[in-house]
Design a protein around this ligand. Sequence first.
Ligand SMILES: Nc1nc2c(ncn2[C@@H]2O[C@H](COP(=O)(O)OP(=O)(O)OP(=O)(O)O)[C@@H](O)[C@H]2O)c(=O)[nH]1
Length: 265
Amino acid sequence: MASAGEEEEEEEEEEGGWGRGSRWLRDSAAPVACTMGGPGGSAGSGTPEGSGEPPRSGGEPPALPRDHELSGKVMLLGDSGVGKTCFLLQFKDGAFLSGTFIATVGIDFRNKVVAVDGVKVKLQIWDTAGQERFRSVTHAYYRDAQALLLLYDITSKMSFDNIRAWLTEIHEYAQKDVVIMLLGNKADVSSGRAVRTEDGASLAREYGVPFMETSAKTGMNVELAFLAIAKELKQRAVQPLDEPRFQIHEYIESQKKKSSCCAFS
Ligand SMILES: Nc1nc2c(ncn2[C@@H]2O[C@H](COP(=O)(O)OP(=O)(O)OP(=O)(O)O)[C@@H](O)[C@H]2O)c(=O)[nH]1
C-alpha cells in the first residue's frame, strides 16, 4: 500500500472499449464481433502526453510536460478467470465483483490519475479478455503499451503454467522496453492454493520481472502494482540525471504485503 500522504489519486470518469466508450463489454457465451476502433484510436499515443523527449544534459531536471501530467498505457493480461477485471475495478473503484463469473469480451479501458511526487500520471488501464478467441484482437493493442501486468491465479496451476506462453507473446508483440510485472492473484484464498509463492518468485526471477501476490478481493498489493508502474513511467519521463534511478524491483520488494499476513479463505 502506498504511504499515506505521499501519493494521492484522482478519479477520472473516462472509460471505453472498442470505442463504445460507456460500459464494460462482458459476455459469458456468444462471441462479439470486433466492430470498431483499433488500437490507435482512443488508446492514447503510447508516449507521455506532451512530454516529447525531455532534455537530459547537465543533471538538470528535464522540463515537465504541460500541467505536469504524464500518461501511460497499462494492459492487464493473463488467462480467463485470473481476476483481471476485478483487479482493475478494485483499483479504480475500491470494489470487488463477487458472484457469477462473466468473461470479458474483447478489450476495455478505464483511466485513473495517480500523483507521484507532485507529478500527475494518468494511467489508461486496458482490461483484456483472457479467452483464446480474443487473442488476435488484444495483440494489436500491445505495441503502444508502456506497462503490462501479467496475472495468474494462485489457485490455478494451468494459469501459472501458461505464463511462459504469455511472456512469449509479449516478447513478440510488445515494445522492447515495456515494463512487465508478474502478479499471482487471489492470494486471499488459502485453502485452494495450487501455486507456491516461491514458484511465482522463481519464474519472475528467471524473466527478470518484479513479482508479488495480490488479491483483487481484499485489495492486497493492488494499489502498489499500479503505483510502482506510475513511478517507473514518471522516472522514465522526467527523472533528473543527478537523482538515483527509481528501482521498481526494490520498491516492490520493500512495499509489498506478504499473502501469509493477510490470508483468509
Ligand atoms: N477469491 C478471489 N476471487 C477473485 C479474485 N479476483 C477475481 N476473483 C473471482 O474470479 C472470477 C474471475 O474474475 P474476473 O476478474 O472476471 O477474471 P478475468 O481475468 O477478467 O477473466 P476474463 O475476462 O475472462 O479474462 C470472478 O468470479 C471473481 O469474483 C481474488 O483476488 N480473490
